[in-house]
Design a protein around this ligand. Structure first.
Ligand code: PLP
Length: 365
């Protein structure tokens, strides 16, 4: 059995440090917005090269609160990808705005300045690019389009912790950006957690209020807020993993490059790297006409694999009315041919070779 993500191996190395930190939080009963949350926020902001980092309860909340803090409101149109996890679009719906799905580039699987620009109307107020599978979107081009049309950028960095482009971290180029610490993400907590980052003092102040019942001073409430805080125990785990995130991402890249090298002669399309952005391989995703055969062969041998994402958002039941008749050719073609293989920071070369041998067999049968 080879799992999609091996979290146990990662834990073994940080166990002592994490257990000591958790014991201290428990002894001090500093559970909510405690010293580790503050410490983590400071360390994450430094790592990401941003002025402010605000811990929240999940990646979904991070995107939701970022949209509110940036003033995105009911009736606004927010341009985003249909080839992403539902949470991207849910956050847009939560503020009453309308997700406008545009097509992706067939190589990067990300939305582009061109597909965005073609969808701008006088109701568009923001763009939510998703750095899908850990490959940065072309931010300089998107920033140029958004500056020209006076649009806000809310980056969905749930899959891209540590990815960069032009030596800038994803998340540091938008007005506000959301990260997820769902356990299987590149930087994963031991439960749910999220982070919003921004360079704006004003946005940061709003976010601190919004996550804590609309309050800066206890029992004085200025706006209707939320209960959406990162808890101290999760922050203990995240601080230990943040120290090691470059190594974790480097091993993901190493495994990904080995996969691609070993499959170079097979009729599959291996993940694209543009040489500008640094891909952190939240997923290692292939395209193949024989996707379903590969899926079955791997499953038969007990190898974890998955289709991310089988149904693009514009074709989901929940958006059937909103998106009636919409066709996104590239997105639909990718969804029909994609398969994600096991990838994590503890994947050995031998395991990669074993997985590739199973895939090779599919084409040799
Ligand atoms: C995981 C994910 C989210 C949501 O994060 P949660 O922490 O699970 O709420 C949002 N967007 C994308 C692209 C994701 O992969």
């Amino acid at each position: 059995m080879i799992p999609m993500v091996n979290l146990k191996a990662q834990y073994a190395e940080i166990k002592d440090e994490v257990e000591a930190g958790l014991a201290t939080t428990i002894e001090n009963c500093s559970f909510i917005l405690g010293p580790n949350v503050q410490g983590f926020e400071k360390e994450a902001a430094e790592y990401l090269g941003v002025k402010h980092a605000i811990g929240v309860a999940s990646g979904t909340d991070a995107l939701h609160l970022a949209l509110i803090a940036e003033g995105i409101k009911a009736g606004d149109e927010v341009i985003t990808s249909a080839f992403t996890f539902i949470a991207t679009a849910e956050a847009i719906k939560y503020v009453g705005a309308i997700p406008v799905f545009v097509d992706v580039d067939p190589k990067t699987f990300n939305i582009t300045a061109a597909t965005i620009e073609a969808a701008i109307t006088d109701k568009t107020t923001a763009v939510m690019p998703v750095h899908l599978f850990g490959l940065p979107v072309d931010m300089p081009a998107i920033q140029a389009v958004c500056a020209k049309h006076d649009l806000k950028i809310i980056e969905d960095c749930a899959q891209s912790f540590g990815a960069s482009i032009d030596d800038k971290q994803t998340g540091s180029m938008g007005n506000a950006s959301g990260y997820s610490f769902f356990p299987s993400k590149n930087l994963g907590a031991f439960g749910d957690g999220g982070l919003v980052v921004t360079n704006s003092d004003e946005t940061a102040d709003k976010l601190k209020q919004l996550r804590n019942h609309g309050s800066n001073v206890r029992y004085y409430h200025d706006v209707i807020g939320f209960n959406s805080r990162l808890d101290d125990m999760q922050a203990v785990v995240l601080r230990a993993k943040l120290k090691r995130i470059d190594r974790y991402n480097d091993s993901r890249r190493h495994a990904a490059h080995l996969y691609s090298e070993l499959m170079a002669d097979l009729p599959v399309e291996t993940p694209y790297e543009d040489g500008v952005g640094v891909h952190v391989y939240h997923q290692y995703t292939l395209l193949s006409d024989r996707r379903d055969d590969i899926l079955k062969a791997l499953q038969d041998k007990g190898v974890g694999c998955a289709v991310y994402y089988p149904v693009p958002l514009h074709q989901q039941n929940v958006f059937k009315e909103d998106c009636a008749g919409q066709v996104l050719p590239e997105t639909e073609a990718i969804a029909a041919r994609c398969i994600s293989l096991p990838i994590c920071s503890e994947l050995s070369d031998d395991t990669v070779r074993e997985i590739v041998a199973i895939i090779r067999n599919v084409f040799e049968d």
